[in-house]
Design a protein around this ligand. Structure first.
Ligand SMILES: Nc1ncnc2c1ncn2[C@@H]1O[C@H](COP(=O)(O)OP(=O)(O)OP(=O)(O)O)[C@@H](O)[C@H]1O
Ligand SMILES: [Mg+2]
Length: 314
């Protein structure tokens, strides 16, 4: 059950951002066809309707990947099957699979306006749900090189990762971890670095994406906040699109506008919005203790009040 204020927030967000909502909590815009250059590159990799058949079989590459039995997934990203949130991730997966089949969107990032809006949790869950599809090969990249977060959520202390790859210290395949139980490949980041933008602009990062693209069905990229670093825009240029994580009732609509135009100005396609931390998903006691959150929410409600949509409409 969604609450009326969540619905109102969604409605206004949808109207303001111009992005279509295709599932509760997941608003996605069908992107225009890829540019001629991208379409040409994709055509060589993706024969129509044969998503998995186009994937490069590269046993030598995968034999060098570090195998772990399973990831120790943090409870915040462990979505139990049967919950409403799990159903929403399933719907998101269906939509992403359609975007991949129809528009060749296979490499995508998640970003948000500010810190702690739910990017990393959403990236991990999205990757996990995509990887649950039979025979899907999915890799999650931690490209928040300033404050790596994926390792904390997956309970893994990596020896190598995106930062060591981009520094030229390790090579890609052996810096990647695969959990057979989760059917998920992950390139962690081991430590925060200050020269993140330069590292991501380097030809090494371009080479990482070029290596992964033909070998995986989906490359899911976690990034830092868009309004405080240029990294997501730099990363975005190497992807087929970026999804914006918006914290329900907290992210300002001006920020969403600004974030969207920042990405579009540099030619990055905005795939849509993922509405995170919708009130119903918070444990009730936690929610009640988060006064500031409620307060913000109330202000949003006033801010977004529309005369034709009276309060309390569900
Ligand atoms: N749907 C949710 N419901 C409740 N709490 C959530 C939800 N998603 C994320 N959180 C919590 O919010 C906090 C921030 O989440 P997360 O690390 O995913 O955000 P982030 O945008 O990646 O942050 P950062 O900008 O620091 O990288 C974490 O404590 C996480 O457990
Ligand atoms: Mg994060």
């Amino acid at each position: 059950m969604t609450k009326p204020l969540d619905d109102l927030y969604r409605k206004v967000l949808r109207r303001e951002s111009g992005l279509r909502e295709v599932a509760p909590g997941v608003a996605v815009r069908t992107p225009p066809p890829p540019s001629a250059a991208v379409a040409e590159a994709l055509a060589t990799l993706t024969p129509p309707g044969t998503r998995t058949a186009s994937r490069m079989v590269d046993e030598e590459f995968f034999s060098r990947v570090v195998r772990v039995p399973r990831f120790d997934i943090d409870r915040h990203v462990l979505v139990l099957s049967g919950t409403q949130l799990a159903e929403e991730y399933r719907q998101m997966r269906t939509h992403l699979q359609a975007l991949a089949a129809e528009h060749g969107v296979r490499v995508f990032g998640l970003t948000s306006c500010h810190h702690a809006e739910g990017k990393t949790s959403t990236a991990i869950n999205t990757a996990r749900f995509l990887a649950k599809s039979q025979d899907s090969r999915v890799v999650l990249l931690d490209c928040d090189l300033r404050r790596p977060g994926v390792k904390g959520f997956l309970g893994h202390e990596p020896e190598a990762g995106m930062d060591t790859i981009l520094a030229g210290e390790t090579e890609l395949a052996s810096s990647m971890v695969y959990s057979e139980e989760d059917n998920l490949h992950v390139v962690f980041a081991t430590r925060g670095i200050s020269s993140a933008a330069e590292a991501l602009e380097s030809s090494r990062f371009e080479a990482v994406i070029a290596t992964l693209r033909p070998r995986f069905d989906f490359v899911v990229i976690d990034t830092p906040p868009l309004l405080s670093t240029t990294d997501p825009a730099v990363i975005g240029k190497r992807t087929d699109g970026m999804a914006l994580v918006v914290q329900a009732g907290a992210t300002q609509r001006e920020s969403v506008h600004h974030a969207r135009s920042l990405l579009e100005q540099v030619g990055v396609q905005v795939l849509g919005i993922v509405l995170a931390k919708v009130r119903d998903y918070l444990p009730r006691s936690k929610y009640l203790y988060r006064y500031h959150y409620y307060h913000d929410y109330y202000n949003y409600y006033k801010y977004y009040r529309e005369p034709e949509e009276p309060a309390g409409r569900g």
